[in-house]
Design a protein around this ligand. Structure first.
Ligand SMILES: Nc1ncnc2c1ncn2[C@@H]1O[C@H](COP(=O)(O)OP(=O)(O)OP(=O)(O)O)[C@@H](O)[C@H]1O
Ligand SMILES: [Mg+2]
Length: 263
């Protein structure tokens, strides 16, 4: 039996101008070979409501580490992460877990669906963990399953799904509590090119139709091209004034920017 923890009340009421997510001078150091090395270095940026942003960077550039910090799964060594104006570092692990459960949806490379639960049970699990009765949200969950094209699969177990179907189910799960922020770590990394393209196009639709704010981390230029904005991470740092804005982009434009930046 899971006991719901009431999420802490926001310290400030978000307004139209409060960013959904804000990183302020975030650092993360790790110890390797007896030395303290910066894995994430002085990262600052903010995301507006309804933005679909991507962070690109080569393997080892710190993308997953940064995403974990933004999600409150890990604490910055210095700096702050604010979610709808509320400092994620302002409390203990229980406080961060309560925020994560209701205000952040996660999409992982390897789906992380529970094998013994049906599609529908997996999708509504975050609601039940948050102490909600899924029946009260039935109409919304139905339209979510339809939007993701998995409504006919609702009674199936994950073992009977393709990779693309599993990822679409995990997107529906990430959205089930209507979180202000959705974070995705390489959501197409384990999919065929075609299934990956479908998943990214669905994320685009989710952003447009539901007004979700999405931050997707990837090293795939095609995924990044679907976003409104691309930030480039090198050795744990975002370089000033190098982001692409005004997307969706042509994949060729993302490629040429990567070449200009030498990454
Ligand atoms: N727990 C850890 N302890 C020490 N070093 C770590 C730890 N986790 C990651 N690192 C190091 O931090 C750096 C960034 O790792 P991270 O996983 O964030 O990169 P990434 O950009 O997500 O890479 P990929 O594209 O391969 O997923 C790497 O050099 C990695 O070896
Ligand atoms: Mg990674």
């Amino acid at each position: 039996m899971t006991h719901a923890v009431t999420p802490p009340a926001p310290t400030s009421v978000p307004t139209g101008t409060t960013p959904v997510l804000e990183a302020r001078g975030v650092f993360r150091f790790r110890t390797a070979d007896g030395k303290q090395l910066p894995i994430v270095r002085d990262v600052s940026f903010s995301l507006r409501a309804g933005e679909f942003a991507t962070i690109m960077g080569p393997s080892g550039s710190g993308k997953s580490t940064l995403l974990h910090l933004l999600a409150g799964l890990d604490k910055p060594s210095a700096g702050q992460v604010l979610l709808t104006g509320q400092d994620l570092g302002g409390g203990d692990e229980e406080y961060r877990a309560a925020i994560r459960r209701t205000r952040i949806g996660f999409i992982f490379q390897f789906f992380h669906l529970l094998p013994d639960l049906t599609v529908e049970e997996n999708v509504t699990l975050p609601l039940r963990i948050a102490g909600e009765n899924p029946k009260k949200h039935a109409a919304r969950i139905d339209s979510l399953l339809q939007l993701l094209g998995v409504d006919k699969l609702r009674k199936r177990l994950p073992v009977a799904l393709s990779g693309g179907e599993m990822q679409r189910v995990s997107i529906a799960r990430a959205l089930s509590t209507q979180p202000p922020l959705v974070l995705a770590d390489e959501p197409t990394g384990n999919l065929s090119s075609k299934a990956g393209e479908e998943v990214v196009s669905l994320l685009r639709q989710v952003c447009t139709r539901l007004g979700s704010t999405i931050l997707l981390v990837t090293h795939n230029p095609r995924d990044a091209a679907a976003g409104d904005r691309v930030l480039f991470l090198h050795d744990g740092a975002l370089r000033d004034n190098q982001e692409l804005t005004g997307g969706p982009f042509l994949v060729a434009d993302v490629f040429s920017r990567l070449q200009e930046l030498g990454i």
